[in-house]
Design a protein around this ligand. Structure first.
Ligand code: ATP
Ligand code: MG
Length: 647
């Protein structure tokens, strides 16, 4: 057997300990690997896939592997390629991407076209706002409705399941009709429709059940109900299933995840086996000790031992900072110090925060120090306005029914087609049950618009059709045509502002990104799915991200910032009595570190333009002092003496 992990020796990168080996070779049971952070769960999953392939237990295309994020899927693919050269056909991705793939095959069963568009949270919010406006309700209530609808979808509750006539239920119904009419699906729909496909066609379901001989799921503790239902449909007996997870790392209940799914495993499936891995290979002793002492304060947990044979390493340092500036300064200086003294690369360093807004202070300090960084999952490239505009053009070219794309760019750049005209298109679209784009064509053909509008609309339609005729060109070529023919690029050049300049640079970057794609459809699918994945993941830069998005990752050095009551644990969790989930989040954070972990809190903090003084996080007092250094040593002083100024 080539690349067989089971034959490796202790020091090989691919070596597996006996329990891990058992998890890899156990194929005849529904297997749950339940164990703490850094014990090799993800490693086992990858090794298992390679094992199945190399031993001929299944073809690669008969293996389904579900991971939590696009980034995790990417990393797993890379690791798999190292283990076996036959991994390309494995169905490996997030729940969403796998469901989208299945749905494209059987879209007709749920009354969609194959080319349906996947809409993101931004579009969703916009639609809800629009619906509220039409109902003369306050559009500011949109976020509330939006999350209600999302939670229903997470729970697998469709419009058909709604039996009350509450305003939320009504909005849900209208919302669903609206996005259906745009031939689109949101993220929650991908699962619901995939479930519907299986329900509508037992034959299709049977095919997939037969196809996927082995199903592997990472981070099982954070699956939501609809993902769970979908999995159970695919694999009702549990034959060939392998889930890995850690109840102590369940951090997505606010997004509908149900830790009960992992706790119920033995009841759900027949012939189950649970394997616990106890040896942690990631973190030094003190880091693991600090994390374990913290999580021990949770009551609702299965409880498990995790140990390491590694040495203790350095204690976790707790740093008291005067304010946010000081805190960011500490991190920046320390990052530079670790690099110079211990050779810790920027790419091996992460700053983890509780909420997105906290990154700004760090960004400023890192920039001032000239340290390269990226905000992972924050300022997403594909969320930027100019990128969304051009992508909307591409969507409309690919998919004339895409009403959202049409609305986004009908007057971008400005061509004098205002809200009144769009309202007219809406009316015709509804009356004739056609897409907005077709409605615009109809309106144009009647010649009823005033001349300037008529001309503008004519030009828009001509432009769209002429690009559509070229839709088989490479996506980068199509984008260039759009940028010039629409006058979008020129309008930006004319603006001559710094902002416009930044947009132009972003568009250049888009063209670079597009080079990787052969077809427009392929690119659009990609954009729909990468919302949460980081670009340039291999670059040597410091990662700035939220604790939530750091799940599953590991770094040499980790900075955990903002440990103040109200910031972390988060205000809302204090109110909602959700402290245990916050504590799990802290556990996830600390266990991301291999060698160095720093926790900081600021005595004064500016939040939304107000200075506050919050008490230090209650989690700090829960950390065992055996593993934590609470000393208020000023690293900067010592470092400056030793290495010269790092500023
Ligand atoms: P998390 O709960 O954080 O997702 P995990 O249980 O998935 O963690 P992995 O990411 O698979 O853990 O492994 C953690 C680290 O330990 C990785 O760097 C991995 O390569 C290493 N590792 C795992 N098992 C072994 C082993 N048997 N020998 C050497 N290193 C190992
Ligand atoms: Mg993992």
């Amino acid at each position: 057997m080539p690349a067989n992990a089971l034959e490796k020796k202790e020091n090989d990168a691919d070596y597996l300990n006996p329990e891990q080996q058992e998890a890899v070779v156990t194929l005849d049971k529904a297997l749950l690997v339940l164990s703490g952070a850094g014990t090799g769960k993800t490693k086992v999953l990858t090794a298992k896939i390679a094992y199945i392939i190399d031993h001929g237990y299944a073809y690669p295309s008969q293996i389904l592997a579900v991971t939590f994020s696009n980034r995790a899927a990417g990393e797993m693919k890379e690791r798999l390629r190292r283990l076996t050269d036959r991994s390309d056909a494995v169905w490996l991705g997030t729940f969403h991407s796998i469901c989208a793939r299945i749905l494209r095959q059987h879209a007709d069963l749920v009354g969609m076209s194959r080319d349906f568009t996947i809409i993101d949270a931004d579009d969703q919010q916009r639609i809800v706002r629009q619906i509220l406006k039409e109902a003369n309700a306050d559009p500011k209530a949109a976020p509330g409705f939006f999350s209600k609808i999302s939670r229903w979808k997470d729970k697998g509750i469709t419009v058909a399941d709604m039996h009350d006539s509450s305003p939320e239920a009504r909005i849900y119904k209208i919302y669903q009709e609206r996005i259906r009419s745009y031939d689109s699906a949101d993220f929650g729909d991908l699962l619901l429709y995939a479930i519907e496909v299986f329900k509508k066609s037992p034959e299709v379901l049977r095919q997939y059940r037969e196809k996927f001989k082995y199903i592997l799921v990472d981070e099982y503790q954070d699956t939501n109900m609809s993902q769970y239902i979908w999995l159970r449909m695919l694999c009702p007996t549990g034959q060939g299933i392998c889930c890995v997870g850690d109840d102590d790392q369940a951090i997505y209940s606010w997004r509908g995840a149900e830790v009960g799914n992992i706790l119920r495993f033995e009841k759900d499936f027949q012939n189950t086996k649970i394997i616990r891995l106890e040896r942690n290979y990631r973190s030094k002793g003190h880091i693991l000790g600090a994390a374990s002492s913290l999580i021990a304060h949770n009551r609702q947990r299965l409880g498990k031992t995790v140990w390491t044979e590694d040495d203790q390493g350095e204690k976790v340092t707790v740093k008291r900072a005067f304010n946010g500036f000081d805190e960011a300064m500490f991190a920046a200086e320390k990052i530079e110090f670790l690099r110079r003294r211990y050779g810790v690369k920027y790419g091996e360093t992460a700053i983890l925060v509780r909420a997105g807004y906290q990154t700004r202070e760090f960004e400023e300090r890192l920039t001032a120090f000239g340290l390269p960084y990226r905000v992972v999952g924050g300022l997403k490239f594909y969320d930027r306005q100019e990128i969304k505009d051009i992508v909307a053009y591409m969507r409309l070219i690919c998919q004339p029914n895409d009403g959202l794309a049409f609305e986004r760019i009908i007057n971008v750049p400005r061509r004098g087609i205002g809200a009144a005209a769009v309202a007219k298109f809406h009316a015709v679209a509804e009356e004739k049950n056609i897409s907005l784009y077709r409605a615009a064509e109809e309106v144009f053909s009647t010649g009823e618009l005033r001349p300037s509008l008529q001309t503008a609309l004519g030009e828009f339609i001509n432009l769209t059709e002429s690009v559509r005729a070229k839709k088989n060109l490479r996506p980068a070529e199509i984008a260039k045509i759009i940028l010039t023919e629409t006058g979008y690029q020129e309008a930006l050049y004319r603006e001559q502002t710094m902002e416009a300049q930044a947009r132009i640079e972003n568009l250049r970057e888009l063209l670079i990104a597009l080079e990787e794609f052969e077809t427009l459809g392929e690119f659009i699918e990609h954009v729909g799915l990468v919302a949460d994945s980081a670009r340039h993941s291999t670059e040597e830069v410091v990662s700035l991200m939220t604790l939530h998005s750091a799940k599953g990752l590991e770094f040499e050095a980790v900075f955990l910032a903002g440990w103040e009551d109200g910031v972390f644990p988060h205000n809302l969790s204090l109110r909602d009595d959700n402290l245990e989930e916050e504590r799990r989040l802290a556990y996830v954070g600390i266990t991301r570190a291999r060698k160095y972990a720093f926790i900081s809190y600021a005595e004064n903090r500016r939040i939304y333009n107000q200075w506050q003084s919050n008490p230090p996080s209650r989690f700090l007092s829960e950390l065992s002092s055996d593993h934590v250094d609470f000393a208020e040593r000023e690293y900067a002083e010592e470092d400056v003496l030793r290495f010269g100024s790092v500023r």
